[in-house]
Design a protein around this ligand. Structure first.
Ligand SMILES: Cc1ncc(COP(=O)(O)O)c(C=O)c1O
Length: 480
């Protein structure tokens, strides 16, 4: 049976969709992007025209015209009994060309640390000792938890191994936290723009999200944050205080103090996501700044600092919270693979040696991307960032979705600004990761310059076949 998307769910996904005229074109494009990002899965029945028209407060003619346009480009088909159903997007000759030549900047995933294969080989050599363990260990290896705790302690946040649970990456950690600590209807305060899969995790736990804006220019909106804490009393507040993904901003001491106080007064627990926190490019890694650790849960990962494929993350929390998470975890999964934990134990103790190499790699990408953007797209606002994985570029016009659709047709795959928004908006921004090789980033900017010329000239209508091929390739499974 097809899955069905309610009008309300589609309205939530669409956010601020009406960025161009005519409205039916804007609506069709917004739905195409949702298909492109795989946020609407193939074989999903869209809401009936009348229902969607009411939910969007537009005329039924507008929705009918948008659906007609989507049918013409092969994104949806009419199916008896189900109405308009999204189609699986085919892999054609052009899509295969993209496979060879295309550039995928939807994920901000740096390549593996070059020393990793050596560590894996070493661990494989001691496999006999490893397989003598029981294999079911919900908290994680004591050696690994000790290594993680010692690293926190050395960085200025005293931590015991009993305060650590090892997870299968930070995303899994967020799921465990949301699934254990949230109840339906709880409020979760979250930055906007934010890391999209975190927002999805909290939504899936039926939480209600309260967005607090953060901008490249001004950082966190402290008035909004203070009001949001006081007014909505969120159970959790999810923050990335260092090298926030996607803006790259780092909280000042004053910003930290405001969040700590407001969270304390509202009785909210903070979740600090450290996934990108150690990716400083220009400065030595400072001690963990004080201020946000009261009642904080921290989530960490080796995904960016070592390799995403290792799937090792962790939660740092009070011993009591770890006990709660441990009790709840078995229904999610029965622990983290032993082999990966053994690799991670060796790697965590070597992070001081690994991180400067990452800084050099990320710095080269950032500088190449920044230089290419300054040369080819001088009207864009390109932030100065001192770490992290991406540039949150200001376009100066609400054309992010149109730009991403055009670029996908020319072999460059990015995620549009609204993908990072919590309550709509962000059409004026584009996240460009600098985790790829400098040469590839320069090629990406070439494509973007061409796309920008076309979308600003209003020439963004494409043939049905072209669009289908681009979308077929760009079915994004994950965005990191
Ligand atoms: C802020 C943030 N948190 C969590 C994750 C997920 O990390 P992991 O690969 O460890 O699941 C990412 C990945 O991009 C991220 O950027």
């Amino acid at each position: 049976m097809d899955s069905r998307l309610s009008a309300r769910a589609l309205v939530d996904l669409l956010g601020l969709w009406r960025t161009t005229e005519p409205a039916y074109d804007a609506l069709a494009d917004a739905i195409r992007l949702l298909c492109l990002d795989n946020r609407i899965a193939p074989e999903t029945a869209l809401p009936a025209e009348r229902e969607l028209a009411t939910a969007l407060a537009v005329s039924r003619t507008t929705v009918a015209a948008a659906y007609r346009s989507l049918r013409a480009t092969g994104h949806i088909a009419s199916r008896q009994g189900s109405g308009s159903v999204t189609r699986p997007l085919g892999r054609t000759a052009a899509a295969r060309w993209f496979d060879r030549e295309g550039i995928d900047l939807q994920q901000a995933s740096p390549p593996a640390w070059p020393g990793l294969p050596g560590v894996i080989a070493e661990v494989a050599g001691s496999a006999t000792a490893l397989v003598s363990r029981s294999g079911y260990d919900i908290l994680g290896h004591l050696e690994l938890r000790t290594a993680i705790a010692e690293r926190y302690t050395r960085r200025g946040l005293p931590t015991s191994p009993a305060q650590i649970m090892v997870s299968n990456g930070a995303q899994h950690a967020l799921n465990l936290i949301a699934g254990t600590l949230l109840r339906r209807g709880d409020r979760v305060l979250i930055e906007t723009p934010t890391y999209p899969h975190a927002a999805e995790t909290f939504r899936r736990a039926d939480a209600r999200l309260v967005g607090v804006p953060v901008t490249v220019e001004d950082g966190w909106d402290l008035d909004r944050a203070t009001q949001a804490f006081a007014r909505t009393r969120p159970v959790l507040a999810y923050l990335m205080p260092e090298f926030q993904n996607p803006t790259g901003r780092t909280m000042t001491a004053a910003e930290r103090a405001v969040f700590a106080r407001a969270a304390h007064d509202a009785g909210s627990a903070l979740i600090v996501d450290d996934t990108t926190a150690e990716l400083a490019i220009d400065d030595p890694l400072p001690p963990i700044p004080a201020g946000l650790d009261t009642a904080a849960l921290r989530v960490g990962s080796l995904g960016k600092s070592v390799w995403g494929g290792l799937r090792i993350g962790w939660i740092r929390a009070s011993e009591e919270t770890i006990r709660r998470l441990r009790a709840a975890r078995a229904s999610f999964d029965l622990g983290t693979p032993d082999l990966d934990q053994a690799v991670a134990t060796r790697v965590v103790t070597r992070l001081d040696e690994i991180l400067p190499q990452r800084a050099a790699l990320l710095g080269a990408g950032r500088d190449a991307l920044g230089d290419a953007l300054a040369a080819r797209l001088p009207s864009w606002s390109v932030p100065t960032v001192r770490g992290g994985v991406a540039l949150w570029v200001g376009l100066g016009a609400p054309l992010s979705s149109a730009l991403v659709i055009d670029a996908a047709q020319h072999g460059l795959h990015l995620s549009p600004g609204p993908r990072f928004a919590v309550e709509g908006g962000q059409e004026r921004h584009l996240r460009i990761p600098f985790t790829a090789e400098p040469r590839e980033l320069v090629r990406a900017v070439d494509v973007l310059a061409g796309s920008w010329e076309r979308v600003t000239a209003g020439d963004r209508v494409t043939t049905a076949a072209e669009e289908r091929d681009g979308a077929g390739h760009a079915l994004a499974e994950a965005l990191v």
